[in-house]
Design a protein around this ligand. Structure first.
Ligand code: SF4
Ligand code: SF4
Length: 192
């Protein structure tokens, strides 16, 4: 009987000591540690939560978060859209009548992109699109807190062409194709 009471008292003291130690530890904010610090995964004292958005936990450099496209460096090869397992990248292309410049890595651009949409609501953050891109213009950024008020706002549009510009480029291509066809027919007539 006395032993049981003593055990109960000691257990209560241990529990109280643990609670008091956490109470004092929680009087300070947790130190935000960089992912590369050797003790990143070790238990830290302090308040468990951080004062977001004034204080943010560091994220790994190779983390998979919001996708970004530098459209000026895109050669509109469609590889990213083809490899996407959930079809959340939609690209439209228009062949240019001549080379339209170079990307920052020196790749020649021959296609316009009137549409380049990525629906981040469908994206499963596999990162495959970033690994196949020949010009490395589609990347995963470290931005994880891009919230929106409507799900349709998660469909990000990266194309910069206006509808009028796209229509103009389509007409130029049609005219070039018609010109080439006419020249081909004329050459065939000459041979007859
Ligand atoms: S990260 Fe994966 S799911 Fe998301 S757009 Fe790229 S390929 Fe598609
Ligand atoms: S793989 Fe890269 S270059 Fe090709 S369409 Fe996608 S973003 Fe553009």
């Amino acid at each position: 009987m006395i032993n049981t009471a003593l055990n109960g008292f000691l257990t209560a003291c241990k529990g109280l000591a643990l609670t008091i130690s956490h109470l004092f530890a929680a009087s300070e904010s947790k130190k935000v540690k960089g992912i590369k610090e050797s003790d990143y995964f070790e238990q830290q004292n302090g308040i468990a939560t951080v004062q977001y958005p004034h204080q943010k936990l560091p994220v790994p450099e190779v983390g998979r978060y919001q996708l970004e496209v530098v459209i000026d460096d895109c050669i509109v090869c469609d590889l990213c859209a083809k490899i996407c397992p959930v079809d959340c990248i939609e690209i439209e292309s228009i062949k240019a009548t001549e080379a339209i410049g170079k990307t920052s890595d020196g790749s020649v651009k021959r296609l316009y992109a009137p549409k380049f949409d990525i629906d981040m609501a469908k994206c499963m953050y596999c990162g495959l699109c970033t690994t196949v891109c020949p010009t490395e213009c589609i990347t995963m950024t470290n931005q994880y807190d891009k919230s929106v008020t409507h799900i349709s706002d998660l469909n990000y549009k990266f194309a910069t062409m206006t509808d009028t510009e796209a229509e103009q480029k389509r007409k130029e291509l049609e005219a070039q194709l018609a010109e080439r066809q006419a020249a081909k027919l004329a050459a065939m007539k000459k041979m007859e």
